[in-house]
Ligand binder design. Structure first.
Ligand SMILES: [Zn+2]
Length: 322
């Protein structure tokens, strides 16, 4: 069991963390028939494309600032109950806009939930704004611009997610220049659905301090060495990788190989109920299925705090709690 281990999570999409029970209540509240996307208390999808479609349906029943406050608080309380001291939530104002919720209200709702959870449990949380790759470069650049001008104390980073097979990273370079100039933390999804080239592109063009997944870098030993040299942190989500068939099983997952090669890694749950996981289960997988010692797992948690998008005093306070 890993209940005794302190935890930190860098990679979790807020709508993807919605407990199916909460989503059911939301669907009822808005008179939406959820039978085609929730069955027997679980989300219904079978490949990446239908996963994205299901995700959008789940997101569509969160429509007001209050709905988002309830969602953020529910997830953070769940994390805190598992001994988690820090969470970074990926938030996507495009989902708010899709249901007519302005970005400012979407973020205000999430902030209310985050502060309520901190008040109750002490869990620290920051938000990272997502540009949705499949909505095209123009939209991602617009989102970066919004993020750069936002100046919100809990919004500290920018990320690009969504359909990784759409376009090349170079098409989106301008978005990252904008947020880099604004002093925001930068991470990017790469090396999940696409191979090592996508991680190389991310390093060459975006120069992020962290990469979401990045696990398919394992296909290129030179690239693995480069990640270790640069100290780039991988946000590794083993349960998600197996659920999406990036690797066939935990035995063939490259997390141990990255650690052996000196790459800095962390553990996250990505979209936990979609992948039948939780952050606690990811820690459990690292321990029981991959054989990492408590010390090795603590190092991953420390890496997460060291690479978190927080100011220096917050980082010190979190490191003190480890
Ligand atoms: Zn992700």
């Amino acid at each position: 069991m890993t209940r005794h281990l302190k935890k930190a999570e860098l990679h979790c999409h807020v709508e993807g963390a919605a407990p199916p029970t909460l989503t059911l209540l939301q669907a009822e509240k808005y008179g939406v028939d959820s039978a085609h996307f929730i069955r027997n208390g679980a989300y219904v999808w079978d490949d990446f494309t239908s996963f994205i479609a299901c995700y959008d349906l789940v997101a569509s029943v969160f429509r007001t600032a209050e709905d988002y406050a309830a969602l953020a608080e529910a997830y953070l309380l769940e994390l805190a109950a598992e001994n988690t001291i820090y969470s970074e939530l990926f938030i996507s104002p495009d989902h708010g806009e899709a249901v007519g919720l302005p970005p400012e209200d979407y973020i205000a709702g999430l902030t209310t939930g985050i502060l309520a959870a901190r008040e109750k449990t002490g869990i620290e949380c920051r938000m990272v704004i997502i540009g949705e790759r499949h909505l095209g470069p123009e939209n991602v650049i617009r989102r970066a611009d919004f993020t750069a001008k936002l100046d919100h104390p809990l919004v500290t980073g920018f990320n690009m997610a969504g359909e990784e097979r759409m376009g090349r990273v170079a098409d989106y370079a301008r978005a990252f220049d904008i947020v880099r100039e604004a002093g925001l933390g930068i991470t990017i999804h790469a090396g999940e659905l696409c191979g090592a080239f996508s991680v190389r592109d991310a390093l060459d063009i975006v120069r992020p301090s962290r990469i979401g997944h990045g696990v398919r870098a394992i296909e290129d030993p030179e690239l693995v060495a480069r990640l270790a040299d640069l100290g780039t942190v991988l946000e590794v989500c083993p349960g998600s990788n197996i659920a999406l068939n990036v690797f066939p099983d935990f035995d063939s997952h490259p997390l141990p190989a990255f650690v052996n090669a000196g790459v800095r890694v962390t553990l996250s749950s990505d979209d936990p109920p979609f992948f039948h996981t939780t952050l606690a289960r990811e820690y459990e997988i690292a321990s029981a299925a991959m054989g990492f010692s408590d010390d090795a797992i603590d190092t991953m948690t420390r890496t997460a705090i060291e690479s978190a998008f927080v100011d220096a005093p917050t980082r010190e306070a979190l490191l003190d709690r480890l």
